[in-house]
Design a protein around this ligand. Structure first.
Ligand code: ADP
Ligand code: MG
Length: 597
């Protein structure tokens, strides 16, 4: 029978490291938290190769005495709590006393530190959990930590790391979260010696957000400050109408810790429901404060998950608080207009390609052949043979009779809920989602253009200036060719400043900047592969079509009939570019059944 023995500390530390240190960004998190706990007013973070080869964090905080420096590397060595009861009132980020020994057990770890009243600093070097040396060193007040060759003692873990770019993105994201939460501390972030951002001490959250996420974003935010039911919410949220394509700028904190909580995200998204178009994410940099006893932010040491005791109450509080603020900030509805939607819909940008042929404006729509797949009643449909340009001007009824096959007429009855156009057909009732239909038409037209290599560009009379944050700027520079091949001409004219000089022809200049930003976010988020041109092109077309359709004014009667006709001329009229149905039919038979006939 194998005998039981107590694991040597460095083995225990390596095991703990497996939990606490999931990836390089987790090291950065632990070190930056320690620096903040040590009262630093200046923190510099540098990394190389996504943090795999080097992570360096330097602060000007309290520092440690030689004895404390050694103790800090012992398992459960912490200055932050003394007894279990302290756990409920933690005012610091750290408390487990696990981070430093864990990190040191899986890397080449150098700690240099000095308190104000020590004549010299202490340097400790640990390799894979084994102390190599501890000696005096020259050092300003504060703590400098270097973590080199992370996981070199556990090659199996190293293999699980993602590409340098992905790991770097995690580090950058995390650094931004801490920088935003601590405007009074100056933050510098460097990758391979190059500054990704440098933010001096800031007077306000808005100033800090401007430094880190760009001044344009900071200008789109309003303050929020609400308190009820033991919860307090402060920070900045997007003005009504301002949304983003991704969640990069939806940032939440609980008791000043950055968290990634479905509950918080969903509550915010829900509060913005009528204030930004569907499918877009709100902008928010918000801090939630609550009794630390009612929240567990340490469900997992390495993750930003969080568990709340009173979920329902919290959700209600958040939605209420944000909605109240958004209402306050919305322009009053025009007189005599009781519209529920506080934001006037954006103007529909006119697509710039030649409109598809319109089959007269007769109220009867006719089709000539069948769609390949039928979503509904077999005989009832409908003919997506793409109309040739000059045929389109013919009278449609006539065309239908000459072809003489599968003729079908739709009569427009009206619009339901502003969303669905209702038609009577020979075989039933059709409900058509006009935004979906519009998106499908635009999608195919944009795609056709880019496939024909006719990536026609429009030179702008007034170039559009665009300020990006450092990360987005890096992404843009990596993908400049991709943008050029797709009809954009973007020139750099300063650090993080760019000018859009030309746009693809189908894109309305008013939407140029927003579109370029969304496209960048997508490139960053999904890692669109610009070398596989087809999916990338489809993604652009999908993004463009969705954007334009979402901001379209509802069509009038004439337009809706044209829209339905153009939809049927599409290659796939059945679905919008995201695969959702564009229309469906309720058959006469079904209607009669419903009435018990
Ligand atoms: P914890 O933060 O949970 O206490 P750590 O392993 O992260 O555990 O750190 C152990 C101890 O080392 C801390 O409690 C603190 O006293 C000291 N320490 C770590 N980093 C710093 C720093 N940057 N400046 C001053 N003291 C530090
Ligand atoms: Mg710590």
């Amino acid at each position: 029978m194998p005998a039981i023995r107590i694991l040597p500390d460095f083995v225990a530390n390596q095991i703990a490291a497996g939990e606490v240190i999931e990836r390089p960004a987790a090291v950065v998190k632990e070190l930056v938290e320690n620096s903040l706990d040590a009262g630093a007013s200046r923190i510099e973070i540098e990394f190389r190769s996504g943090g795999k080869n080097l992570i360096r964090v330097e602060d000007n905080g309290y520092g440690m005495s030689p004895d404390d420096a050694l103790l800090s590397l012992e398992r459960h060595g912490t200055s932050k709590i003394r007894e279990a009861g302290d756990l409920l009132k933690i005012g610091t980020y750290g408390f487990r006393g696990e981070a430093l020994p864990s990190i040191a057990s899986v890397s080449r770890f150098t700690l240099r530190t000095r308190t104000e009243n020590q004549p010299h600093g202490t340097e400790i070097f640990i390799n894979g959990g084994k102390m190599v040396h501890s000696k005096e060193c020259g050092m300003p007040g504060g703590t400098h930590i270097e973590v080199a060759h992370l996981f070199h003692t556990v090659p199996a873990r190293r293999k699980f790391l993602k590409t340098d770019n992905t790991e770097a993105a995690h580090i950058v994201h995390l650094s931004r979260l801490f920088a935003v939460a601590n405007p009074q501390t100056s933050f510098n972030l460097l990758e391979n010696g190059r500054a990704l951002f440098r933010s001096p001490v800031c007077q306000s959250l808005r100033e800090r957000v401007g430094e880190i996420f760009g001044r344009q974003i900071a200008g789109q935010l309003i303050e929020i400050d609400a308190e009820a039911d033991g919860f307090k919410l402060t920070g900045l949220i997007g003005k009504p109408g301002v949304g983003r394509a991704t969640r990069h700028e939806l940032v939440t904190y609980v008791n000043r810790r950055p968290v990634d909580s479905r509950l918080l995200n969903f509550a915010l998204i829900e509060a913005y429901h009528t204030y930004i178009p569907k499918g877009r994410y709100p902008l928010a940099f918000v801090f939630l404060e609550m009794d630390p006893g009612t929240v567990d932010v340490n469900v997992h040491p390495a993750k930003r998950e969080v568990r709340f005791r009173e979920e329902g109450k919290l959700r209600h509080f958040l939605i209420r608080a944000v909605l109240d603020r958004l209402r306050e900030a919305s322009p009053p509805p025009p007189e005599g207009n009781s519209s529920r939607r506080p934001i006037p819909a954006l103007e529909i940008p006119k697509p710039r390609f030649a409109p598809a042929p319109i089959e007269g404006n007769s109220r009867v729509l006719t089709r000539v052949s069948r769609v390949p797949e039928k979503p509904f009643a077999e005989k009832s449909l409908v003919a997506p043979t793409p109309a040739k340009p000059d045929e389109g001007r013919e009278d449609s009824t006539e065309k239908a009779t000459t072809t003489g096959e599968g003729r079908l007429s739709w009569r427009y009855l009206g619009m339901a809920h502003g969303a669905s156009a209702v038609f009577e057909t020979e075989t039933g009732i059709v409900l058509l989602h006009w935004r979906g239909a519009r998106a499908r038409i635009l999608y195919e037209e944009i795609l056709a253009q880019s496939e024909n290599k006719s990536q026609a560009s429009q030179k702008l009379l007034f170039p559009i200036p665009m300020e990006l944050d450092a990360l987005a700027a890096t992404a843009l520079e990596e993908h400049l060719d991709f943008f050029r091949n797709n009809g954009f001409d973007i020139e750099k004219f300063g650090r993080n400043y760019y000018r859009i000089e030309a746009l693809p022809e189908w894109l309305d200049p008013g939407q140029g900047e927003g579109f370029a930003r969304d496209l960048l976010s997508l490139l960053r988020e999904r890692g669109l592969n610009p070398n596989r041109p087809t999916p990338a092109r489809e993604e652009i077309a999908r993004l463009a079509a969705g954007r334009i359709a979402k901001t379209s004014r509802p069509p009038d009667k004439e337009e809706i009939i044209r829209l339905a006709n153009r939809l049927m001329a599409c290659q796939n009229p059945l679905n919008d570019p995201r695969g959702r149905p564009t229309f469906f039919e309720i058959s006469r038979g079904d209607l009669e059944k419903k009435f018990g006939k």
